[in-house]
Design a protein around this ligand. Structure first.
Ligand code: NAD
Ligand code: DGY
Length: 386
């Protein structure tokens, strides 16, 4: 028989059994659960990615809800196990939920939570950092210094791209894509071209107003354009950042053909999900186009990189850290815990998952609602009037 996984138990006599597959930052989420009569079991096993079998053993015979991670495969097997154990709630500690089979959750009547909003600016800031680092070749220059290769200023040393006046392209102008666009437009006076299935009205208004402000002050105004196809963005933009969800329509959105449409000196940033980019085609493109640069937070076969990527000087790679600020990660833990708690308690679903601030205020009790349940309509869950 497999050895049981290590767990830490809080409030052993609590009425509802909630499992968290990982320790998460902060203590507020723990306190919120135990104050509301939950027995909380946190898996502390030193194993980064838990298997489906590991999670089945954590669920056991009686489990009211699980807080899980984006690295876990939440499909038919886990939802049926959770349902057999009496569970009615699961929440990812992430906004993206491509690791979750929502149809399977619907079949077993399990609510699926996610954590939107709290990570919008944090993730956009990382995308902006990667854009800048790629444009100004910061990682290459840092390696050069540390290798003791710097022997004096030279006119050609690490010459990169100036962002001001160039065009930033955003594919997927939702919460994070729009926040990133605002940063690049306002911070670096870039013009914007974006592609999304929906019009980003607030973003357009922001760029228009900022352009008018610049003009009134005698500066060159910034402009925006909603592209009618992704290809238009690829052809026109100097820096392109990917922020769509991962689904069938965005899998390998950037591939050999689309890379060939981009400018030879363009910068591509991906802080969405790895499979949005065909990484094998990207490695080839980086090899053939040394002036093309890329900043990646996510990878097609995470945690692995496709062969050759790590050798490319024109690639900056970081380990899926876009939401990694203390405040954000603590907030994500809180939202995930409140999704599970709210469903267990029979609370309604918060009416606007884009406005989750009331749940994050440490000085007041959170609203009696689930902050964000992605299958609330399918399950016919009531919506909060608050
Ligand atoms: N790297 C990280 O750590 C990190 C952190 C947070 C989020 N993410 C990823 O970012 C994604 C976006 O998060 P968000 O909060 O901005 O979500 P969101 O739902 O607000 O935005 C996603 C946008 O993508 C658009 N979209 C969907 N299909 C598209 C298509 N085929 N072409 C173009 N646009 C399309 C949607 O219309 C929407 O506007 C998440 O789903 C997650 O996968 C990654
Ligand atoms: O989807 C998400 O939330 C990220 O990938 C982790 O923050």
């Amino acid at each position: 028989m497999a050895k049981p996984l290590q767990i830490e138990v809080y409030n052993p006599n609590g009425k509802y059994r909630v499992v968290s597959t990982k320790p998460m930052p902060g203590t507020r989420w723990i306190n919120l659960l135990i104050e509301q009569d939950c027995r909380l079991e946190i898996c502390t096993q030193k194993k980064t990615i838990l298997s489906v079998e590991d999670i089945i053993s954590l669920i056991g015979n009686k489990c009211d809800g699980v807080i899980g991670q984006l690295t876990e495969d939440w499909g038919e097997t886990l939802f049926s196990a959770l349902s057999r154990a009496g569970g009615k709630a699961f929440s990812n500690m992430a906004v993206g939920y491509n690791n979750v089979d929502v149809n399977a959750a619907n079949k077993y009547g399990v609510a699926v939570g996610n954590t939107p909003g709290v990570l919008t600016e944090t993730t956009a800031e990382l995308a902006a950092s990667l854009s800048l680092s790629a444009a100004r070749r910061i990682v290459e220059a840092d390696e050069f210094m540390r290798a003791g290769l710097y022997d004096g200023w030279l006119p050609h040393l690490f010459v990169g791209n100036l962002l001001k006046g160039q065009t930033v392209g955003v594919i997927g102008a939702g919460r994070i894509g729009s926040a990133y666009a605002r940063m690049m437009v306002e911070g670096f006076k870039m013009n914007l071209i974006y592609y999304d299935l929906y019009q980003a009205t607030r973003l357009e208004k922001f760029v228009t107003a900022y352009g008018q402000f610049l003009k009134a002050n005698g500066d060159q105004p910034v402009t925006w354009k909603r592209a009618s196809s992704m290809e238009e963005v690829l052809r026109e933009a100097d820096v392109i950042s990917l922020h769509p969800i991962l689904d069938k329509t965005t899998y390998h959105l950037v591939n050999k053909e689309s890379l060939a449409m981009m400018k030879k000196e363009a910068i591509l940033v991906n802080c969405s999900r790895g499979p949005v980019v065909d990484e094998v085609a990207l490695v080839e493109h980086l090899k053939e186009n040394p002036m093309f640069r890329v900043g990646l937070d996510v990878f097609e076969d995470e945690p692995y990189m496709k062969p050759g990527l790590a050798d490319m000087k024109n690639a900056i790679v970081v380990p899926h850290i876009a939401s990694a600020s203390k405040w954000t990660r603590e907030g994500m833990a809180t939202l995930a815990a409140l999704n599970v708690l709210g469903k267990i308690k029979g609370y309604p679903v918060w009416s606007d998952p884009n406005r989750v601030e009331p749940f994050l205020d440490e000085n007041s009790r959170p609203p009696a609602a689930c902050p964000s349940i992605v299958n609330s309509k399918s399950l016919g869950l009531p919506v909060s009037k608050l």
